[in-house]
Design a protein around this ligand. Structure first.
Ligand SMILES: Cc1cc2nc3c(=O)[nH]c(=O)nc-3n(C[C@H](O)[C@H](O)[C@H](O)COP(=O)(O)OP(=O)(O)OC[C@H]3O[C@@H](n4cnc5c(N)ncnc54)[C@H](O)[C@@H]3O)c2cc1C
Length: 247
């Protein structure tokens, strides 16, 4: 269902040599924060398309994706070469289940992202819904190098707006950076560092957890959480953990 729509790039942000955001205008239908869109380019007469989460909040324009260049990949290096004024294609069926509407009742929302998976969480946190539902939100973002950190301004703005209801836990795994944990998310959860920084416990009574990005992180964290009594959330079997794997 749905159709391909033509989109025009309005801006490219180069965070570093292999990390980019593309902003584009496209007549996409209404979507929910946390959802993704298929983005495509025509290469040798064939449309190559991949899913990308929207970083902009619903109603916010232009649309925006955050991605890293996978050198051997067929699409991401070509997306990285686009400039303002270029055309790309987006599919009209914006979709995905990692949304607040699909999330059961909770008082504490825990968001764990690796790399570019920060994007859908920013889209969500810019909306009112998480703040109407949760007393506290903990956003953990893991990157390898400090140069992979993105959207610091947006995070600062969210922290200003929501005060101590939001805790941001940056993790930089391959460099020593002031104010950041030098651990991967699974290790930082196992050591208790994340809960210590948040000042609250991650427990099944009041938590909902969203895991997005790298499958190794997702599987390792899910295993730990299951040993603490949390379980995958499914529509017919409500639980505590929502997952979206990028690769
Ligand atoms: C639901 C969903 C949402 C996604 N949203 C995003 C997003 O918002 N931003 C984003 O950067 N990517 C996202 N991805 C991954 C994205 O769709 C592409 O796979 C990625 O951009 C590489 O595309 P490619 O065509 O160049 O290479 P592909 O042929 O897709 O992949 C080549 C290789 O790179 C690996 N790979 C894929 N993505 C990454 C990555 N981000 N980092 C390192 N290795 C990777 C793949 O596992 C594969 O081994 C998402 C994937 C899914 C399933």
């Amino acid at each position: 269902m749905g159709e391909w729509l033509e989109a025009t790039v309005t801006e490219k942000i180069c965070w570093n040599d292999s990390l980019f955001s593309l902003r584009f205008e496209a007549p996409l239908p209404a979507f929910k924060a946390g959802q993704f869109v298929r983005v495509g380019l025509d290469v040798d007469g064939e449309r190559i398309a991949r899913p990308y989460s929207l970083v902009n909040a619903p109603g916010e324009t232009p649309h925006e994706i955050l991605f890293n260049l996978v050198p051997e990949g067929p699409l991401s290096p070509r997306l990285a070469r686009l400039e303002a004024g270029d055309t790309l294609f987006v599919h009209s069926s914006v979709t995905g289940t990692m949304t607040m509407a699909r999330t059961p009742e909770h008082r504490r929302l825990w968001l764990f992202a690796t790399g570019t998976a920060l994007g859908p969480f920013l889209s969500m946190l810019k909306t009112e819904e998480p703040w109407q539902r949760a007393e506290r939100v903990v956003l953990c973002h893991s990157v390898r190098h400090v140069s992979d950190r993105v959207y610091d301004d947006t995070i600062r703005e969210l922290l200003k707006r929501h005060g101590n209801r939001l805790t941001f836990v940056p993790l930089v795994t391959r460099e020593v950076v002031a104010g950041a944990l030098r651990e991967r998310i699974p290790a930082a959860l196992a050591s208790g560092d994340i809960e210590r920084l948040a000042g609250i416990a991650l427990r099944p009574e009041d938590a909902h957890v969203m895991l997005c990005g790298n499958s190794d992180m997702i599987e390792a964290v899910q295993q730990q959480l299951e040993s603490r009594g949390l379980r995958r959330h499914r529509r017919r079997e409500p639980g505590h953990i929502t997952v979206e794997k990028y690769h």
